[in-house]
Design a protein around this ligand. Structure first.
Ligand SMILES: [Zn+2]
Length: 400
């Protein structure tokens, strides 16, 4: 029997739920397994859960949007492919992928200081072993699995303020936690803050940093850059060796998470990945506090705004009577600041595709029609800002 065009039952996906999890819950509402729903309703029985969550066939995603009435981009965002180019540059491992993703920015160490490794078949945040992580409290109360639990991006759950843990099995029917008594270690505040920022990137598309908000695409690359800086060969640290050692002492883990020879963060055991995430969080805290030397070109993002006229939290230009006692920039000064910032941004966008993408996403907020979007592309072309990232995908932003 052919199912109807629009399924009568289709539970709404949870925020950042994975496609395999959502399909399993839809199938369960008909008393079916998701493989049966895939075979009889969608003609794709062959797809495993990891394949569904990574990069499933486009026609399947379109069919699911039709069957459930959900926005196409919300369906896409339940897969890793829906996060190109925000989280991933692309999903086909390319020879220069590591350098492109991890070496365009620098935080702790000056640019070009690190060894540029070229791991084979590398994709950021993804490993072939496909480690399964989850929050014990979340899985106790709901059968929903989040897409981002599959990635070593966050070490804690934002709802329950506890560590995520690894498991085997197939929740919700069967789950075997790696630590049956559960990980009771308290969550360090810097790690909690870093995970909140990552969660903000995932759910809103930008992150509030001490200096100014950055685009989610920049945040994911900043974080991955810092993780690379903390694992690079010891001989590359130069005079900053002591600073890097203090970061590790501050978080209480062995230097370089005990690594004797380099390997990409993605292939490390979850224990070492957690230690590296904690060290990255500690480094961010120490940079903000000025207690560690950071020579990277993006280090300033983690330091508080030095200009007292802006750092009091009042947006420039909102002049109020009570704020009158403090000296305010004139409108001319504000316009000049804005023009200077835009010039600097355009210059950076010509060189750096991540900045170009950031600027494009920012500018497109105002585009309500295809025509205005075409106009925006034209403007970028006139400014000679490459829009290569657009040709990689015609994805809509996955951010709500
Ligand atoms: Zn939780």
């Amino acid at each position: 029997m052919r199912p109807p065009e629009r399924w009568p039952l289709h539970p709404a996906p949870a925020e950042t739920e994975s496609l395999s999890s959502w399909l399993r819950r839809i199938a369960a509402s008909y008393g079916m397994y998701s493989s049966e729903l895939l075979e009889h309703g969608l003609g794709h029985r062959e797809l495993s859960d990891p394949e569904l969550d990574l990069n499933p066939p486009r026609d399947l995603l379109e069919e699911l949007a039709k069957r459930t009435g959900l926005d196409q981009h919300r369906v896409n965002a339940m897969t890793m492919a829906g996060w190109v180019p925000w989280l991933f540059d692309c999903l086909d491992p390319a020879p220069g992928a590591y350098e492109t993703y991890v070496h365009q920015l620098s935080v702790l160490l000056p640019p070009k200081r690190r060894t540029i490794y070229t791991p084979r078949k590398w994709l950021p945040w993804l490993s072939e072993t496909g480690m399964r992580r989850g929050c014990p409290d979340c899985l106790e109360s709901s059968p929903t699995l989040l897409l981002f639990w599959q990635l070593p991006l966050m070490a804690s759950c934002q709802v329950h303020g506890r560590r995520v843990e690894t498991y085997e099995g197939r929740p919700p029917d069967y789950i075997l936690w790696a630590t049956p008594a559960h990980d009771q270690r308290p969550l360090p505040e810097p790690l909690s803050l870093m995970d909140r920022r990552t969660w903000q990137a995932i759910t809103t598309g930008s992150v509030d940093l001490p200096r100014y908000p950055v685009h989610a695409g920049t945040w994911f690359r900043l974080l991955r850059t810092l993780l690379d800086e903390l694992t690079t060969a010891q001989g590359r640290y130069g005079r900053q060796l002591e600073d890097v050692r203090r970061v590790w002492e501050h978080c209480g883990h062995p230097f370089r998470a005990g690594l004797h020879s380099w390997q990409p963060f993605e292939t490390l055991h979850w224990t070492a990945q957690q230690q590296l995430l904690e060290a990255a969080a500690a480094a961010m805290e120490m940079i903000e506090a000025g207690s560690v030397t950071a020579l990277g070109t993006s280090a300033h993002l983690f330091r508080p705004e030095p200009n007292p006229r802006i750092s009091d939290g009042t947006p420039p230009g909102t002049l109020t009577a009570s704020a009158g006692a403090q000296e305010r920039p004139t409108l001319d000064e504000l316009l000049k600041q804005a023009a200077d910032a835009l010039d600097a941004c355009i210059a950076a966008a010509k060189e750096d595709p991540v900045v170009a993408q950031h600027l494009f996403d920012f500018a497109r907020y105002g585009c309500r029609s295809d025509q205005s979007l075409r106009g925006l592309r034209q403007t970028f072309a006139e400014l000679q800002i490459p829009l290569d990232f657009l040709s990689q995908t015609e994805n809509q932003s996955p951010f709500a």
